[in-house]
Design a protein around this ligand. Structure first.
Ligand SMILES: [Zn+2]
Length: 374
């Protein structure tokens, strides 16, 4: 009798192990002009297989289960993805993604970090017909006229990288893009200027790629739009940063530097600084001194305009070693429009009229800077 009971328990435990499934926690899709990114939150040891055929991608997982609350997130459509189907074959779950364009597949995994508790599988479906550099030209701007000054407007964060999150759950990436879009629209009303966005939607652009876009567009000015965040809910006001290779001049700048420069981990880049040589070339640029002076002057002009519409956190331009400010020889500034960590300021940042006022002030700062140059 004892023997049979033991055997019964052995059977039960092996059965239980067989049922020990790995969980797929969530599914997110981000549409960019040249690719669609699929992100799947999974367990560390989840076994997966990714294959691309003529017009579909199959991502399969062994012994996996999907949480009921995230099940509907699987089904997504955009200009590339016609439909997504899910198929169970014995213990395997297959995600079948139907693609409407010729594509190339790329995938990598990301370990958890301070912002993401899950392991992530990232699958990029990249257009193979159009060259990436051509595809990203001027999503929101009219064709360039001769002698126009081209200004790259960089909306910080995007896609997997939300940036800071306000007390009322506003995401910095959305606020940045809203202000950046308004700024581009205002700038493009001026026939001497032509503004270009580094991202035109909710997707992630690696930091060094933002610089490459500026270079490809022959931009003569680089303005990155962000919102500040600290532990305290009372901090308020705008700050404008310029690049300092030596690093920052304040504790806040140092914290910011760290948080801004590691966003590639959140946004999803295989290696954090993906093109070190590119950065080194920039750092040895001859016109660096000139760029520093110009950036400082541009920052001053923007601060004096922002001062007219709201509180200022730092009245003089701050220095920090931000990757996005390393454009060669062109004035580059990073504007922290307000503190999203302060609920009153968060309200202001998400208000369309206030966003317009902020954009208008940055624009006026740009115009005054150019007038000083003439
Ligand atoms: Zn930011």
């Amino acid at each position: 009798m004892r023997y049979w009971i033991n055997l019964f328990f052995i059977f039960l435990t092996t059965f239980a192990y067989g049922e020990d499934k790995t969980t797929l926690y969530d599914f997110r899709y981000w549409s960019a002009p040249d690719h669609t990114r699929i992100v799947i939150d999974k367990e560390e040891d989840t076994l997966f297989n990714i294959r691309g055929y003529d017009n579909h991608v199959v991502i399969s997982f062994d012994d996996a289960e999907v949480l009921s609350e995230t099940f509907s997130n699987i089904f997504f459509k955009d200009s590339r993805i016609q439909k997504v189907r899910i198929k169970r074959e014995k213990s395997t779950i297959k995600l079948i993604v139907h693609i409407s364009k010729k594509f190339k597949l790329k995938h990598f995994t990301l370990d958890p970090n301070t912002k993401y508790k899950h392991h992530r599988l990232v699958v990029d479906i990249v257009d193979s017909e159009v060259k990436v550099a051509k595809k990203i030209t001027k999503p929101d701007s009219p064709p360039s006229i001769r002698n126009q000054k081209i200004i790259l407007i960089d909306a910080g964060h995007g896609g997997e990288d939300s940036g800071a999150i306000g007390k009322n759950k506003s995401l910095e990436k959305n606020v940045n893009l809203a202000i950046a879009r308004k700024l581009v629209a205002i700038i493009n009303q001026n026939k001497d200027l032509n503004a270009v966005l580094s991202r035109s939607g909710d997707y992630y652009v690696p930091l060094t790629k933002r610089l490459t876009i500026a270079q490809n567009q022959k931009a003569t000015m680089f303005i990155s739009i962000h919102a500040d965040s600290v532990e305290s809910i009372n901090a308020k006001g705008a700050s404008v940063y310029t690049l300092s290779e030596k690093g920052n001049n304040s504790k806040l700048a140092r914290q910011l530097e760290e948080s801004q420069n590691v966003v590639d981990q959140f946004g999803g880049v295989e290696t954090v600084i993906d093109n070190d040589q590119f950065l080194k070339n920039i750092l040895t640029d001859y016109s660096r001194k000139d760029r520093e002076k110009q950036s400082f002057e541009l920052a001053q002009e923007i601060i004096s305009q922002l001062e007219k519409i709201g509180p200022i956190h730092k009245k003089i331009p701050q220095k920090a070693n931000f990757v996005v400010l390393k454009s060669p020889s062109i004035p580059s500034v990073l504007v922290e429009t307000a503190f999203i960590s302060n609920p009153t300021q968060e309200k202001r940042l998400t208000n369309k009229r206030q966003q317009q006022k902020i954009a208008q002030s940055i624009y006026q700062g740009i115009v005054n800077y150019y007038q000083e140059l003439d």
